[in-house]
Design a protein around this ligand. Structure first.
Ligand SMILES: [Zn+2]
Ligand SMILES: [Zn+2]
Length: 317
C-alpha cells in the first residue's frame, strides 16, 4: 500500500472477462466459473437468491392481493425494502468505513472519503448517498416490485412454477438473469453517458470518485427509473414471481458490493470473502471505460475496456 501516492490496493493480474463468451469455448472453465467459489453463483448470487426466497415467501402478501393498487401494501413493501437496505448496506458501511474492521486492506483507494466535500448534498458523501437511496432508489425499486406483482396478478407476466419447469427455472437463475441484468445495465449506462444525460442525470452518481457501499444507488431518479426497468423483460420471458424479486434484489442490494471500494471483506481472522468489482471502481476513477461488468465482454468489443494494466504499472514504478 502506498499512502503517499494514494495507490491503494490493486490486483496483480489483468482483469479478465468470464469464460462464457470466450473463444474457443472451454466447457471446464465455464463449469468452474458457474459453480466454483468465487464465481457466478458463489457466494453472492446464492445469497441474493436466499434473500429473495425469504422476502417472497415470508414478507410478501399473496399475489392475488396485487390485482388493484393498495397503498397500505405498497407502504409495507417500501418499509420492508428500506429496512433490508439499511440492514445490509448500513452494516457494510459500519464495518468497513465506520469502525474500519480491516483499515484499508484490499481498499482500492487508500483514502477514506472526506467528511466535508462541497460536491455532495449536505457537504457529506455518505449523507448524500443515503438521502438519494432512501428518497429515490427505494421508492422506485418498490414501485417496480409492486408493478411486477400487479402484472403477475393480472396475467400480464406469465407465471411458471418450479415444479413443472425445474431446468428452465435453474437456467433463469444461473444464466439468464445475471446475463440479461448485465446487458441491460451496460445499455442504460452507455445511454446515460451521452453528453446531455450525463450533464443532467448521471453526474449525480459520478460525484462518487471514491465510492463506498452507499454510493451504489446514489443516482438521479431518472437513472433509477432506467436502471430498474430491466424487469420489463418478464413481459416476454415467463417466470416465477420470486425470480423477478431475485432480479430486483441483485439490482438493489448488489451495488453495495460493486461500490464498496474493497476487493475482499474480512469475515473472521485472516479470512476474507471475495467481493471485488475492480472494473467498476476503474469506471468511477476514469469515467470513460468499463461501462459493463465482467460476464459479457462488451467493453472489449467496443474498445472501452480498461484491464487495470496501467494501474499495475503505476504500482510497480
Ligand atoms: Zn457506479
Ligand atoms: Zn458511469
Amino acid at each position: 500500500m502506498d499512502k503517499k501516492r494514494n495507490i491503494g490496493w490493486k490486483p496483480d493480474y489483468k482483469l479478465q472477462f468470464s469464460p462464457l463468451f470466450s473463444e474457443p469455448l472451454n466447457l471446464v472453465k465455464i463449469f468452474k466459473f458457474i459453480f466454483y467459489y468465487p464465481g457466478l453463483l458463489l457466494p453472492w448470487n446464492l445469497i441474493f437468491l436466499l434473500i429473495s426466497l425469504g422476502l417472497f415467501y415470508f414478507l410478501t402478501p399473496e399475489i392475488k392481493s396485487f390485482t388493484t393498487f393498495n397503498l397500505e401494501i405498497f407502504f409495507f413493501l417500501f418499509i420492508r425494502n428500506l429496512l433490508l437496505i439499511i440492514l445490509i448496506w448500513g452494516s457494510l458501511h459500519y464495518l468497513l468505513y465506520k469502525i474500519k474492521i480491516q483499515n484499508n486492506d484490499y481498499k482500492y483507494n487508500s483514502e477514506f472519503p472526506k467528511s466535508n466535500n462541497k460536491a455532495f448534498l449536505f457537504k457529506n458523501q455518505t449523507f448524500d448517498n443515503i438521502f438519494l437511496t432512501i428518497f429515490s432508489a427505494v421508492p422506485i425499486w418498490t414501485s417496480y416490485e409492486y408493478f411486477t406483482f400487479y402484472c403477475f396478478s393480472n396475467n400480464f407476466f406469465q407465471t411458471i412454477s418450479f415444479a413443472s419447469n425445474p431446468i428452465y427455472s435453474i437456467f433463469l437463475i444461473i444464466l439468464f438473469i445475471p446475463i440479461f441484468h448485465e446487458l441491460h445495465f451496460y445499455l442504460v449506462h452507455r445511454f446515460i453517458h451521452l453528453k446531455l444525460l450525463y450533464k443532467y442525470v448521471h453526474y449525480v452518481h459520478h460525484k462518487n470518485i471514491n465510492p463506498g457501499p452507499w454510493s451504489g444507488l446514489a443516482m438521479h431518479p431518472i437513472e433509477h427509473i432506467l436502471y430498474f426497468s430491466g424487469i420489463l423483460i418478464f413481459l416476454i420471458v415467463p417466470s416465477h414471481p420470486v425470480l423477478v424479486v431475485f432480479y430486483l434484489i441483485r439490482a438493489s442490494i448488489g451495488p453495495a458490493l460493486t461500490h464498496s471500494g474493497f476487493d475482499k471483506i474480512l469475515i473472521r481472522k485472516n479470512k476474507y470473502l471475495e467481493a471485488g468489482h475492480y472494473q467498476h471502481y476503474l469506471h468511477h476513477k476514469y469515467f470513460n471505460c468499463n461501462f459493463g461488468d465482467i460476464i459479457i465482454p462488451i467493453d472489449k468489443w467496443f474498445g472501452t475496456f480498461n484491464d487495470g494494466s496501467m494501474e499495475i504499472k503505476k504500482k510497480n514504478n
